[in-house]
Design a protein. Structure first.
Length: 371
């Protein structure tokens, strides 16, 4: 393992549990435990899993003009947020390409941007650049990533596990809402959000307290909870059609092409990428990100060629065999005329063209998430 990789505050817990560790987004992260990805995946669907997502980045934006500045940087309308609410958004370049996708949390006195781990440095430099051009004094921008620990408790039994450990009424925390309180004696921001399609919570605490919180949750969950890592996190999110930055979206894709147009509020006022996205909406997109299922056995992987009527039409962006759906599934950008559900395509796997069909996402529709 490369010596220059970062480690989360829970690294020792993963090693103690025998996790297979790999480089991921600049961190040494666990990819699976001995039971395997499919077993971990199904456990989250049926019970509850505990994820270490402390590699994610957290930026604080505060001060006079913070709302206006954040709204200028992102495509969604942050002015719609009341304190205690979170919002999914994208941050674009001037040409509409996606720099990152992330959550914005509104506190009474500040905003928190929770960004993808691989993009922490890039995102912070971009926002610093935007702030310099904004030119308004009094806005505070701080990278708090190293000081924050983040655990995700996901699955239909999550609320029952969390409730006895906290002074908060967790049943009152609705989807994409959050509250501040203590969990197992640890000061936390408790957010009803996640990346699995299941009901659950993301728990923000200090990095120093992350191990204590992890151990308390594992002990309280007893037979209902298991530690879950990167491999299952990816299959869970893909089954419910959630985008992964670097696979499904990147700087060469726009939110309108990626099916994320609902995160773009073109009429909210000036924001970075607005002109390009307005133009693209008026002219129409030439390609769209769509889901597909294999009609025969096969394992689609990122980079596999997609063919329409025998001709190259794109590549697989995300792909797996979904443990909950029992078949090969994936995503890819296709010419718009080939993106209607039911369209027959082919995925080239090991030099064999495997029949597939375009479908509407999500692939798995039985999640317990409460909206």
């Amino acid at each position: 393992m490369a010596e220059n990789l970062n480690r989360t505050p829970l690294h020792a817990e993963h090693v103690k549990l025998g996790a297979k560790m790999i480089p991921f987004a600049g961190f040494e992260m666990p990819v699976q435990y001995a039971t395997g990805i499919s077993s971990e995946h199904r456990w989250v669907r049926e019970h509850a899993g505990l994820f270490d997502v402390s590699h994610m980045g957290e930026f604080k934006v505060a001060g006079d003009g913070a709302l206006e500045f954040v709204n200028h940087v992102v495509a969604n309308d942050v002015s719609r947020l009341e304190p205690g609410r979170a919002q999914y958004t994208v941050m674009c370049q001037e040409d509409g390409g996606i720099i990152d996708d992330f959550l914005v949390y509104r506190f009474p006195d500040r905003y928190r941007l929770v960004v993808n781990a691989a993009n922490i440095g890039k995102d912070f430099k971009w926002i610093q650049h935007c702030l310099a051009e904004w030119g308004q004094a009094g806005i505070e921008l701080v990278d708090e990533s190293d000081a924050v620990g983040l655990l995700a408790l996901q699955g239909p039994e999550s609320e029952a596990i969390l409730e006895p450990l906290t002074d908060l009424d967790v049943s009152a925390i609705k989807y994409y809402r959050f509250a501040e309180g203590r969990v197992a004696g640890v000061a936390c921001v408790v957010s009803r959000t996640g990346y699995t399609g299941e009901d659950g919570f993301e728990l923000y605490c200090t990095a120093a307290a992350a191990a204590k919180l992890w151990q308390a949750l594992m002990q309280a969950g007893a037979e209902r909870i298991k530690p879950i890592v990167l491999g299952a996190r990816d299959t869970l999110r893909l089954e419910v059609g959630l985008a992964l930055y670097g696979n499904d979206i990147d700087e060469d894709t726009t939110p309108l092409e990626a099916g994320l147009g609902w995160t773009v509020k073109l009429d909210k006022g000036d924001f970075i990428g607005q002109a390009a996205l307005l133009k693209q909406k008026e002219e129409g997109v030439g390609r769209k990100l769509c889901g597909f299922v294999l009609k025969q056995r096969g394992f689609p992987r990122p980079g596999h060629e997609i063919r329409c009527q025998g001709k190259p039409a794109g590549v697989v962006r995300s792909g797996t065999v979904g443990p909950s759906v029992g078949q090969g599934i994936g995503t890819g950008y296709l010419p718009t005329e080939w993106t209607s559900p039911g369209t027959e395509i082919e995925i080239v796997i090991r030099d064999r063209a495997v029949p597939a069909e375009v479908v509407r996402m999500p692939f798995y529709k039985g999640g317990s998430v409460r909206r």
